[in-house]
Design a protein around this ligand. Structure first.
Ligand code: MG
Length: 158
């Protein structure tokens, strides 16, 4: 069994949709990035790839490649799942801590978990997502950006 950790940050800007965990969330700003800038899925992908000792998403899906411009990160998550499955890895669980001052994410967590569990071909109870603020401090507290931590366990399939 192996552990992985992923961390990502994106800046909040006007004129972009806010997409977290593959779910569009009504908000006055969205995350800036080459893909759909889904900071939550980016952290999860890096946790999974890290556990498997594979190159990170910056290597696999470079932001200089037009193929990934505006791409759904849920789509990339499926690609990461297949990379692990092809090497004989099974996902035991994924645990996510999303850091954002606003908006309240609790109403969307179930939908995010369902979408990501489907992409990763695991059960709903194998992926957990929670959200916290940083009490108004730092870049997440000021609303300059959002951050996300993810950890996972993977094991060799029998
Ligand atoms: Mg990212």
């Amino acid at each position: 069994m192996r552990i992985g950790h992923g961390y990502d940050v994106h800046r909040l800007v006007e004129g972009r949709p806010l997409i977290l965990g593959g779910t569009v969330i009504p908000f006055e700003k969205g995350l800036e990035g080459h893909s759909d800038a889904d900071v939550l899925i980016h952290a999860v992908m890096d946790a999974l790839l890290g556990a498997a000792s594979m190159p990170d998403i910056g290597h696999l899906f470079p932001d200089t490649d037009p193929a990934y411009q505006g791409i759904s990160s849920l789509n990339l998550l499926k690609q990461v799942y297949f990379r692990l499955a092809n090497q004989g890895w099974c996902i035991e669980n994924v645990d996510v801590t999303m850091i954002a001052q606003r908006p309240k994410l609790a109403p969307y967590l179930t939908t995010m978990r369902e979408s990501m569990a489907t992409a990763l071909q695991i059960g709903f109870d194998q992926i957990n997502i929670k959200a916290t603020t940083e009490e108004g401090m730092g870049f997440t507290g000021s609303g300059e950006g959002m951050a996300c931590h993810a950890v996972c366990l993977i094991e060799r399939s029998k």
